[in-house]
Design a protein around this ligand. Structure first.
Ligand code: BG6
Length: 490
């Protein structure tokens, strides 16, 4: 089975930070892939913008180099690259002065009626300056949208301030806040699984579900992001956004439709129902970890402190949390969350463990009857597994076995697995906000995360060391095992 491609109307994407890391690694390859798929219509343009002085030709070379580096063998097609390059333009602009803005206006005015999207792939500190320049130079048309990336603040107050700054220039419906996890294929599949099947929804509550696990494990370490990461830590970097979004999709009520407001209203209710974690329960409900020297697939790796220039830090590279949602559907069902860098593997999954059967009719010799689990694998090897107890085949006595109905998407479909940005970039053009975060959602997430940060500070909760290449500190295992449960083994 392959997917169906519907071209989108022509657009102008202006990428501020057009020569930066995100543009190079994600945005340009994603737009190229959409062209390969036949989804871009003429005269779509992609306009790189940043302070560096470059000609269009130099920007095209930058893009070709980026594509060579980030495409898979066979995806680099000379004719397609030429068409893609013809769409690329570059304007040097300065967020703090008027340099380049008139030129940008002249270029954009060639396509006044087209969808116009401004992507701020820059530090949040200049979101305000750029927004004001866009307004002052009259670049906003009826079809204008603005796209912003995390981090949206480092706490509730700074998130509020940032949202206010952008909100002075753009209306909420023009603002697309990206959380790239929402663009991942399996994350959307979670909605299909829950709402396009009659099977699960009646069981999707505390009467039938024992607990939920959300694991987002990375094998990489700091990479070259020490400056940002050491100030952020895993709670801000992964939990406030990606993991809480996953939790919302698992826990939300059935929205009345896939309409953006309907879906986001339901996610918001979940965020608001999260039980507070504060200085009185933080040590029981959270674990902070930091990797020490160890090994990854590529061989020995340094510890976090050795990677930092300063060498002293209490920033967590791992966080484990036992969260609870205070509403009728989920009362008493723990949501165990863990995420970390330099773990044993790159693996993200959501595991729904159902309650055990109430009574066994089988003789103990049939073996242990394990609770059913639904495992949604986000990456790698995207897919869904449903574990079931069956009879071990054969003429002997009744022996029970736990087996999985295992659907790997790569095997079931011949479509390539598109990167999250491919969908999200074009959803902006399609004006579909369903997979983007609304302001109140971002703020509600901070509203839950802020007290955890404060509680860590108030209690002086230290990071626990874990060896790089393992599954995190032993306290994270204790977090779940003291409730008589275990992390799902991949
Ligand atoms: C980013 C975080 O938002 O997500 C990174 O800032 C993290 O620290 C990345 O590595 C993980 O994304 P993915 O798609 O590789 O799971």
């Amino acid at each position: 089975m392959s997917s169906q491609i519907i071209p989108v109307e022509p657009f102008d994407y202006v990428v501020f930070g057009g020569t930066g890391d995100l543009a190079e690694r994600k945005l340009l390859p994603a737009l190229y892939h959409r062209q390969l798929a036949g989804q871009l219509s003429d005269p779509t343009r992609i306009i790189g913008a940043s302070r560096t002085a470059l000609t269009d030709a130099e920007y095209r070379k930058f893009a070709v180099d980026a594509l060579k580096e980030h495409l898979k063998p066979g995806e680099f097609d000379d004719a397609q690259i030429k068409t893609f390059c013809d769409r690329l333009f570059y304007i040097a602009v300065d967020a703090k002065s008027d340099l380049g803005w008139d030129k940008l206006k002249d270029l954009l005015d060639e396509g006044k009626d087209r969808v116009r999207a401004f992507y701020l792939a820059v530090a949040p500190g200049i979101f305000g300056d750029i927004s004001e320049k866009i307004r002052d130079h009259k670049l906003i048309t009826k079809h204008t949208r603005i796209v912003v990336e995390k981090p949206i603040g480092r706490d509730l107050a700074s998130a509020n301030e940032l949202n206010n700054t952008i909100g002075k220039v753009f209306r909420e419906e023009q603002i697309f806040r990206i959380d790239h996890y929402l663009g991942k294929e399996t994350v959307q599949n979670l909605m299909a699984l829950r709402f396009a099947n009659a099977l699960y929804e009646p069981l999707w509550n505390s009467a039938h579900i024992d607990h939920v696990q959300i694991s987002v494990a990375e094998s990489v370490g700091l990479e070259s992001r020490a400056g940002y990461y050491d100030k952020a830590g895993a709670l801000r970097d992964m939990v406030q956004n990606h993991i809480l979004q996953l939790l919302c999709l698992v826990a939300m009520e059935v929205p009345s439709s896939m309409d953006a407001e309907a879906v986001r209203d339901e996610k918001l209710k979940v965020l608001r129902a999260l039980k507070p974690i504060d200085q009185y329960n933080v040590e029981r409900l959270t674990v902070r970890g930091q990797y020490r020297a160890g090994a990854s697939a590529g061989g020995p790796v340094k510890g976090y402190l050795e990677e930092l220039e300063g060498g002293v830090s209490n920033t967590e590279t791992f966080v484990g949390i036992k969260a609870e949602i205070g509403n009728w559907r989920w009362a008493g069902v723990p949501f165990y969350i863990r995420t970390g860098k330099r773990l044993a593997a790159r693996m993200s999954e959501i595991v729904i463990t159902f309650k055990p059967i109430p009574h066994s009719i089988f003789d103990p010799s049939a073996g242990r009857i394990e609770a059913n689990q639904l495992i949604i694998r986000l990456q790698p090897d995207e897919g869904v597994k449903q574990s079931l107890m069956i009879k071990d085949p054969g003429p002997g006595g009744m022996r029970l076995r736990n087996v999985s109905l295992d659907m790997s998407f790569a095997e079931a479909f011949d479509a390539r697995n598109a990167d999250a940005y491919e969908r999200l970039l074009l959803d902006v053009v399609r004006n579909n906000q369903t997979l983007f975060m609304r302001r109140d959602e971002v703020e509600a997430a901070w509203h839950w995360v802020d007290p955890i940060l404060k509680a860590w500070e108030a209690t002086g909760q230290q990071v626990q060391g874990y060896t790089a290449g393992t599954w995190g500190p032993s306290q994270a295992i204790a977090l779940i095992e003291r409730d008589g449960r275990t992390w799902h083994e991949t």
